[in-house]
Design a binder for this molecule. Structure first.
Ligand SMILES: [Zn+2]
Length: 229
């Protein structure tokens, strides 16, 4: 399984994360890695709409099936890709990738935070209407400064709010590098399944089988940077 964490940069002011998970898709990981490096090495700093389109097309051409995260939880299959978008800010950029994906007949998963810089009802509705999955990018322990009881109430009400726009089934932790709180710790005391949720990538993906690819330095061929949870 591979996870690509790619920051898509559409202009010098805006960029965002795209995470691509490819699960059980190759017998020969090395062959895939060398294909990928070869593919991205031509201008690996090119973070444009065209480059993103090219990348998705290339994965399609290699026979990858794109699925949303809730589908993966319910019925995983071989040789597939999950596009996981953490919408930390600039939701209009996510609308753009949602449209690019839609043009190629691809569905992705978009996790929105419950803060003004991410949560834009109009855009969330537009992305949902294109058939993409919407999930909650939660950060309740950070918001409540570690107060577990307040955090779970905050979680509950934000999830309810988002569910007015989409029947949310999966969530994904927002990890702020500046925060001393690990938002996943909520689930040591509580169970997200009690909220009618079926998946959280940090818990429901087997990370021991993951090669985590990051674009630290904002480049496409960030293979060498890290292998981590
Ligand atoms: Zn985030």
């Amino acid at each position: 399984m591979l996870i690509f964490n790619l920051k898509q940069k559409f202009c010098k002011f805006c960029y965002f994360d795209v995470n691509i998970l490819c699960l059980k898709f190759v017998n020969n990981l090395c062959a895939f890695v060398s294909w990928w490096q070869n593919f991205v090495q031509v201008n690996s700093y090119d973070f444009t709409k065209e480059k993103y389109t090219q990348l998705l097309k290339a994965l399609q051409d290699r026979g990858f099936f794109f699925m949303i995260f809730e589908q993966f939880i319910q019925s995983p299959r071989d040789r597939f890709v999950i596009l996981r978008h953490d919408v930390d800010k600039l939701p209009e950029n996510s609308l753009l990738t949602a449209q690019i994906e839609n043009d190629l007949g691809i569905k992705g998963t978009y996790y929105f935070r419950a803060v003004p810089e991410s949560y834009d009802e109009k855009i969330i509705r537009q992305i949902a209407e294109l058939g993409h999955e919407i999930g909650y990018h939660y950060e309740n322990l950070t918001t409540t400064k570690g107060n577990l009881q307040l955090a779970i109430e905050d979680f509950r009400s934000n999830l309810e709010m988002l569910r007015k726009l989409y029947p949310v089934k999966t969530i994904c932790m927002h990890g702020s590098p500046l925060s001393k709180y690990d938002n996943r710790k909520m689930w040591e005391e509580y169970d997200y399944r009690d909220f009618g949720l079926i998946g959280e990538p940090y818990f429901d993906v087997n990370f021991s089988e993951v090669l985590y690819l990051t674009d630290t330095g904002r480049r496409w061929d960030g293979f060498d940077f890290s292998v981590r949870v």
